[in-house]
Design a protein around this ligand. Sequence first.
Ligand SMILES: C[S@@+](CC[C@H](N)C(=O)[O-])C[C@H]1O[C@@H](n2cnc3c(N)ncnc32)[C@H](O)[C@@H]1O
Length: 335
Amino acid sequence: MQKALSLSYFGAQSRFANEIDAIVFDGQEYSRYIDLTSGGMGTPYYLCTTKKIPVTVNDISYYSYCCGKAVFTEKETPKVALFDTLNAVEPVEGLLFSKRFEKNINLRYGNWSDEIRKFVDGVVTAFSNDYFILAAIGKTLLNEGSFRGLTFCGTSPNKIKLGDYPLFTFQKKVVGHYENFRTLADTIEVTNCEACNMDASDLVFTYDKFKDAVVYFDPAWPFAASYADKTNPYAIVAHDIPEILKQQLLDPIEALWTLDKPQKIYDDVTHWITMALQKGAKRVVANTQSTNFPDPKDLETYLRTTFNVVKVVSSDQFSGMAKSKTFTEFWYVIE
Ligand SMILES: C[S@@+](CC[C@H](N)C(=O)[O-])C[C@H]1O[C@@H](n2cnc3c(N)ncnc32)[C@H](O)[C@@H]1O
């Protein structure tokens, strides 16, 4: 199997790429694979490199977008000898530095040393147009500082306190991710891939390449019960890391679903499917899992009464973190 692309994303589906391939391409041909909420982009990367089909990756997260731009559209960007370049970057007391005394529930900006904060702020300021470097910085912050891209932690996976994390090690990680993104970009042979950074509700209005495409979405379903405080598990990738990469304070992302507004979930899902089909998509594939809200049974009933559901596929999976050791993944295929 082609090496999967993984962005340290919570909920990344790279391990399902084969399964999704079989569900989506059961004898069908498409003009394009459009992922409305592509996150870590493992499946679009797999399909683009194995099926040689153009892909459109879209996500509301600017971090996901930077990675998508880097991998799918920017291979002509000149390569830099990054380690020397990073050493020469002027430290900046920018957005991440300004958050050094912030101590909110999720430690959302990480307990990094002032040195690393100024380094990160300096690099993203100096290279605000180089998506490979932005992607590498985002991935380093997530890989070294977070638990599965879900929340920042006090220590890195190899047990270094973030406050003591050596700048040199951080720089080496950035260089490693940079080189990995460059290598991935070099494997993309299809020329007309696109990366977008929009609320999917806006994308389905404005995007013009749905004709004969297949559309996939695996959105940020709010979890049952545990996020009653309205903290969204995707805040770190969709809001906090983007603030650092853009060096700009961002409003909370209203588009992310919460448990207290179930009607918005159904309205968005209806809008995404209706628009994609009206604009000529051959199929839409919606994905959820048994631990998500709304309950997949309710979602399925709704989809069956509202759309032409031609196939439902479910598959039991093992989980390293759920209370019960298994969960079920569901895909609804709509035409
Ligand atoms: C479960 S993750 C997707 C994981 C992805 N399939 C993968 O394999 O990595 C959900 C993604 O939906 C994005 N998202 C949530 N609401 C969105 C919206 N309204 N428009 C676009 N993206 C959205 C989040 O930023 C997050 O990256």
